[in-house]
Design a protein around this ligand. Structure first.
Ligand code: GLU
Length: 452
């Protein structure tokens, strides 16, 4: 039996870090077991689902490195759902109901007022043929409910452990709306059977659905797969993520210049017993991956932590890995440039700023009390060729001549050469900036000199 899992987004928006986490866990589970990872677009809601969102989600997954083995769209599979609905109807498990939303609301309120649980009273199930005909003659169209067995449904969840849900505590779920459209519940089960799903890994907000779906699997004559309902993410402030989902979309993260592997590392490790460490490739994440390491407590998503992981990954990237991206930013300063700056950038695109500082026509900052000192340093510049020892020998000579040392020696030089108080080792930058630009920055025009 091939281990088979799926990521089943509804393409009614782009995916965010919470959905991506579900996709990552499914992908890791499949790869670890040499199984199949299916991407299934749950797009039966034809009004809210769009091709643009589906394409965007595929792009996001691709960027994250979560390539599906197979892709399906539910909107192309209605014949299967119709056949399953037909079977359930003829078996008496799917029954027509005629209440309007207002009538149902009224019933619920009345039950609550009587301190009864607001469970659907199965009026539809008990209608006679004449009553049904009369309702239809009034112009009413039925919606269809699945008749639950009203029993204890139990499974051993790979994250949550033993789960028991008594389906007599639930209303018979509507599977088909009045306009004939399917809610997510039935098509999902039909596809899970048809695609040979062995495991369903998804958010714990679907735990109650699972009980209903177990009954539907059985009604369609198939065993239910194993379930793993992972906890949901909360923000660093302990609140749900739903309010900030736009900025937490995978597309936004990509646009902000975050590394896919930072997002994947974070998504794979949040809410697990593993430390959240940067992984630069999938292999090490796969080695560490085990569903049993997922905690039942909510995972805490922290943008600051993701940014930090990102920086740690960027610091490890080789020139070969970033060359194309630097070129696209018109900031490919060669391998020595990347080696010089990569420890000081937290995103690859930040290298563009250093590219300008190293190779551009910039003026640094010289405080007026440092002017003579800087001129003195300019006079001591050695001839080229320069290498990574030039800084040491030059500043050694400047120290002897000026009597300055430590910060008083180095900071004015750094400010004059880069305009910044912090940055990469000047020993590495100096040969890249080169004598011509260094000399120009040390002897700037009077208007560039900053007064104290
Ligand atoms: N389309 C459903 C969702 O996005 C899928 C749930 C499931 O994995 O069964 O919530």
């Amino acid at each position: 039996m091939t281990i088979t899992v799926r990521f089943a987004p509804s393409p009614t928006g782009r995916i965010h870090i919470g959905n991506a986490r579900t996709a990552i866990l499914n992908w890791l589970f499949a790869r670890k077991a040499n199984g199949r990872f299916i991407l299934r677009f749950d797009d039966t809601d034809l009004e809210r689902s769009t091709k643009e969102y589906a394409d965007g989600i595929a792009t996001d997954l691709n960027w994250l490195g979560l390539k599906p083995d197979e892709t399906y769209r539910q909107s192309e599979r209605f014949a299967l759902y119709d056949a399953a609905a037909g079977k359930l109807k003829s078996d008496g498990r799917l029954y027509a109901c005629y209440e309007t939303a207002e009538e149902l609301d009224y019933k619920r309120k009345r039950q609550l007022a009587r301190r009864q649980p607001p469970i659907y009273d199965r009026t539809g199930l008990n209608l006679s043929d004449e009553e049904r005909a009369k309702l239809e003659a009034e112009g009413r169209k039925p919606h269809w409910r699945f008749k639950l067995d009203q029993r204890d449904i139990h499974w051993s969840d790979l994250v949550r452990g033993d789960v028991h849900i008594d389906t007599s505590s639930l209303s018979d779920p509507v599977l088909i709306r009045e306009d004939g459209s399917y809610l997510y519940t039935l098509p999902s089960v039909v596809d899970d059977i048809d695609m040979g799903l062995t495991h369903i890994i998804r958010g714990e907000d679907h735990t109650t659905n699972a009980a209903v779906q177990v009954e539907i699997f059985e009604a369609l004559g198939a065993p239910a797969p194993e379930f793993a309902h992972h906890s949901l993410l909360i923000g660093a402030d302990g609140k749900g993520l739903s309010k900030r989902l736009g900025s937490l979309s995978i597309a936004a993260m990509r646009e902000q210049g975050l590394e896919a592997m930072a997002v994947v590392s974070h998504g794979a490790l949040i809410g697990t017993s593993e430390a959240i460490e940067p992984h630069t490739g999938m292999e090490t994440l796969l080695e560490a991956f085990d569903l049993s390491k997922l905690s039942r407590a909510p995972g805490r998503f922290d943008m600051a932590e993701l940014e930090n992981l990102n920086a740690r990954i960027v610091h490890q990237l080789s020139y070969a890995e970033v060359r194309d991206r630097l070129a696209a930013l018109q900031s490919d300063g060669g391998e020595e440039f990347w080696q010089a700056v990569h420890g000081n950038v937290s995103k690859v695109h930040d290298a563009a700023e250093w590219h300008e500082i190293v190779f551009g026509d910039i003026t640094g900052e010289i405080a007026s009390e440092d002017r003579d000192f800087i001129s003195q340093a300019a006079g001591l510049l050695p001839d080229e060729p320069w290498d990574d020892r030039t800084w040491k020998s030059w500043t050694g000579a400047v120290k002897d001549a000026s009597g300055r040392k430590g910060k008083a020696l180095f900071m004015p030089l750094r400010m004059a050469l880069t305009g910044k108080q912090h940055g990469p080792e000047l020993a590495n930058l100096l040969p890249l900036i080169g004598r011509g630009r260094v000399a120009a920055r040390l002897c700037p025009m009077p208007q560039d000199i900053v007064q104290p």
